[in-house]
Design a protein around this ligand. Structure first.
Ligand code: FMN
Length: 189
């Protein structure tokens, strides 16, 4: 069989097929199922500091086509709703059990250097291979100055990425959203 071994940012995985940060990567049970099915790596569902996110009442909304047919449903899920330590313990265990698979941890904390420093140290201690900075989340978090609120402002992206590079030796991936407000680009905000 062909050798599909991949190195991305120095992170080795047996193949280039990775799961993005989302429900299939939200806990050990699901990540292990993915590895058993052959996935080369995962980006663990976005972590935040405690207290964890609370998913409130459903606010589903739809996208309509020209003839009012529903062509898509908005995703209302937020980031992890499980305590940070539970996620960290599971990440450590999964990485120990599956050392040949890639495991990057997605993160989103407030725009404060100390908050990033704290969580980066905790993730580093799990043995994970890298971190992904979630600057794309459009749900719930922009109001708190996180997620896509950061990704739409180049200066914030630069600032937080510099903090991440300063406070961890792990490879850092920056995840941006294509949904940038045109007015911000025009104004150069
Ligand atoms: C239900 C759901 C939950 C998601 N949760 C996260 C998340 O916690 N963190 C994140 O960075 N992206 C999250 N995403 C975005 C995905 O990682 C991915 O970027 C997006 O679904 C686009 O990839 P796709 O076209 O393969 O679906 C989520 C997406 C969905 C549909």
């Amino acid at each position: 069989m062909a050798d599909l071994t991949t190195r991305f940012l120095g992170i080795a995985s047996p193949n280039p097929f990775w799961l993005a940060s989302a429900p299939p990567t939200d806990k050990a049970y699901n990540v292990v199922r993915a590895y058993e099915a052959g996935w080369g790596g995962v980006v663990w569902k976005t972590l935040c500091e405690d207290p964890p996110i609370v998913n409130v009442a459903s606010r589903y909304s739809a996208h309509y086509g020209p003839d009012r047919q529903i062509i898509g449903i908005n995703n209302i899920e937020l980031i992890t709703d499980r305590p940070l330590q539970v996620n960290l313990d599971e990440i450590s265990q999964v990485k120990r059990d599956w050392p040949d698979r890639g495991l990057i941890v997605s993160l989103m904390v407030p725009c404060e250097e100390e908050a990033w420093q704290r969580i980066l140290k905790q993730v580093e201690a799990t043995g994970a291979d890298g971190v992904e900075l979630n600057f794309g989340c459009p749900h719930g978090m922009p109001e708190r100055g996180m997620g896509s609120a950061v990704g739409q402002v180049p200066d914030y992206v630069t600032m937080v990425t510099q903090w991440a590079k300063k406070h961890t030796r792990l490879p850092v991936v920056v995840k941006l959203t294509p949904n940038i407000l045109k007015s911000r680009l025009t104004l150069g905000m």
